[in-house]
Design a protein around this ligand. Structure first.
Ligand code: NDP
Length: 347
């Protein structure tokens, strides 16, 4: 297949392109700037890239920017979207590019006339604003709580996915739409930057957290998320939304896993136990001193355990998930190799 991938140099997109090329597909990737050769080098070095990867420029905020890029493509993976917890102007920096970008990519796909399927990288953020310990999330759930003031990134992802489904409903284009809704994506990166999710491990190891908080994350390995996207274009019967997530793990268990595997030495793993009622209170109180996006995240997540049903993606796309410990240790090893955290002393 000839596949268009938007935001090609991103954390998830570059791993997806790696898998697409390995499977013999032709890829046209969009990036915001072709001038940032350093960011593009890992893509250009992928096996098969010389023969089957083309990079072109496109911006989510420029009308018609994806029209030429979509020409002649069979499938589109729309992955580009700003992923930051803190934005100065959430409407301009998060919502506009997410929503306008989705509409622009879908419109380009419709105009191309050759596209049979578009897959949007949506998010668990479009499923829920905050984990609810007494509710198992499924693809039927929608985030109804986020706003420009509360978890604005989540809001941008919800509006973008809704815009996608509304486009298909009203325009009836010649393609069908699938969304992949991953939880927190972690793992080894092809590019040297630190993804917002992997930043968590940098923060844990560099002493940013005052203590072990009552936080539980749903993680999924970037290589599994990439595989979900590839399967979503290869399997004709794929349809609707797919919650994509491996096991949940608490901050305490992550800290213990890292310590047990030698990452405590030379780093500053949190020690103080704040994963109790009084700790939750302290975290909520101090969250008001954090940047707005981080504070909002802490208040809506502390003390809560996400619960979700991933049977649809396993059954319909045949996806299985790596053990969470493997993903965490691979992520940290990679962060150390890139110089973002202290290397583990050799045993
Ligand atoms: P990255 O930040 O690595 O990738 C985001 C990509 O979006 C980058 O390539 C970036 O381009 C591009 N982008 C941002 N703004 C624009 C714009 N105005 N025009 C064109 N491109 C733009 O993040 P991820 O790989 O993690 O995210 C990829 C997708 O996955 C996003 O849609 C994100 O919301 C979603 N997602 C991520 C999760 C995670 O935990 N990482 C979880 C669930 C969903 P540039 O390099 O030029 O900045």
């Amino acid at each position: 297949m000839h596949v268009l991938v938007t935001g090609a140099s991103g954390f998830i997109a570059s791993r997806t392109i790696e898998q697409l090329l390995a499977k013999g597909h032709r890829v046209r990737g969009t990036v915001r700037s072709l001038a940032k050769e350093k960011d593009l080098a890992p893509l250009r070095a992928l096996p098969g890239a010389k023969e089957r990867l083309e990079l072109v420029q496109a911006d989510l905020l420029t009308a018609g920017s994806f029209d030429a890029a979509a020409q002649g493509c069979d499938a589109v993976l729309h992955m580009a979207s700003p992923y930051v917890l803190d934005a100065k102007d959430p409407q301009k920096d998060l919502v506009d590019p997410a929503v306008m970008g989705t509409e622009s990519v879908l419109s380009a796909s419709a105009k191309a006339g050759t596209v049979k399927r578009v897959v949007i990288t949506s998010s668990m953020a479009a499923i829920t604003d905050e984990p609810e310990s007494d509710h198992v999330l499924t693809e039927a759930d929608w985030n109804v709580k986020s706003s420009l003031e509360r978890n604005a990134y989540y809001y941008s992802k919800t509006l973008a996915e809704k815009a996608g489904w509304a486009f298909v409903e009203s325009r009836k284009p010649g393609f069908d739409l699938v969304t992949i809704n991953p939880f927190m994506v972690i793992g080894p990166s092809l590019s040297p930057g630190i993804n917002t999710s992997n930043q968590l491990f940098v923060d844990l190891l560099s002493g940013t957290y005052p203590g072990i908080m009552n936080l539980t994350w749903g993680f999924v390995d970037v290589r599994d998320v990439a595989s979900a996207h590839v399967r979503a274009i290869e399997i004709p019967t794929a349809h609707g939304r797919y919650i994509t997530a491996g096991e949940t793990i608490s901050m305490r268990d992550v800290v213990e896993l890292l310590a047990k595997n030698g990452w405590g030495a030379g780093n500053k793993l949190p020690k103080l136990g704040m994963d109790c009622g009084a700790g939750d209170f302290a975290v909520r109180l101090s969250s008001y001193l954090q940047p707005k996006g981080v504070g909002s995240y802490l208040r809506t997540h502390v003390g809560r355990v996400p619960r979700y049903d991933t049977s649809k993606v396993q059954r319909e796309l045949g996806l299985s998930f790596r053990p969470v410990a493997e993903s965490i240790l691979d992520a940290v090893k990679d962060l150390a190799a890139q110089g973002h955290v202290q290397k583990r002393p050799s045993p």
